[in-house]
Design a protein around this ligand. Structure first.
Ligand code: ATP
Ligand code: MG
Length: 146
C-alpha cells in the first residue's frame, strides 16, 4: 500500500511511546513527506523489532530520524545501549544469532528479530545496516526505495 512516511512513522512511534512510558523517544522527520509503497504490517513490525532491541539492550533514550536521499527513504534508529562488538556486527542478521554474555537484564530472545528485519527490508528492495561500538550504543539504518 501507498502510505505517507510521516503519518506512518508518527503513529508508530506515538503508539510505541504510549506502550513504554519510561522510554524517551525523540523523532526528527524530514520535511518532505515522502510517499512509500510498502507492506505496512511488516515494515511496522520490523521497526518495532529494532526499537525493542534498543530497549532490551540497555537503552532508554532512542532517536529516530528520517531523510529522503535520492531514490531512497532512510530511517535511522539510534540508541545509547550496550552496543555490539565488532566480531558480532555482521552476524546479528543471521537466523538464531545472539551475542553471549551481554544479557544486561537477562534478556531472552530467539535471535530472530534482526533476521526478520533484514528479510523484510530485502523483500522491499532496501538495505539495513548496523553501526556500533561496544558500550557506545547502536545505530540501525534502514533504506527503503521510494
Ligand atoms: P528476538 O529479537 O528474536 O527476540 P534477539 O533480540 O536476541 O531475539 P535479534 O533482534 O536478532 O535477536 O538480535 C540479535 C542480537 O544482536 C541480540 O541477541 C543482541 O545481542 C544484539 N543486538 C541487537 N540489537 C541490539 C542493540 N540495539 N544493542 C545491542 N545489541 C543488540
Ligand atoms: Mg530482538
Amino acid at each position: 500500500t501507498n502510505v505517507s512516511s510521516k503519518l506512518f512513522l508518527q503513529n508508530l512511534i506515538n503508539d510505541y511511546k504510549l506502550s513504554k512510558s519510561s522510554i524517551l523517544v525523540t523523532a526528527c522527520f524530514n520535511k518532505l513527506d515522502t510517499q512509500l509503497y510498502i507492506d505496512k504490517f511488516h515494515i511496522a513490525t520490523a521497526i518495532l523489532n529494532v526499537l525493542d532491541n534498543a530497549v532490551k539492550y540497555g537503552s532508554n533514550k532512542l532517536k529516530v530520524s528520517t531523510k529522503t536521499l535520492g531514490n531512497y527513504f532512510k530511517i535511522t534508529i539510534e540508541d545509547d545501549g550496550i552496543g555490539v562488538a565488532k566480531e558480532h556486527r555482521q552476524k546479528v542478521f543471521e537466523k538464531f544469532y545472539r551475542v553471549e554474555n551481554t544479557n544486561v537484564h537477562d534478556v531472552k530472545g530467539l535471535g530472530l528479530g534482526l533476521f526478520y528485519v533484514h528479510q523484510i527490508i530485502k523483500a522491499h528492495g532496501g538495505t539495513v545496516d548496523l553501526h556500533s561500538a561496544k558500550g557506545k550504543g547502536t545505530t540501525i539504518i534502514i533504506n527503503i526505495p521510494i
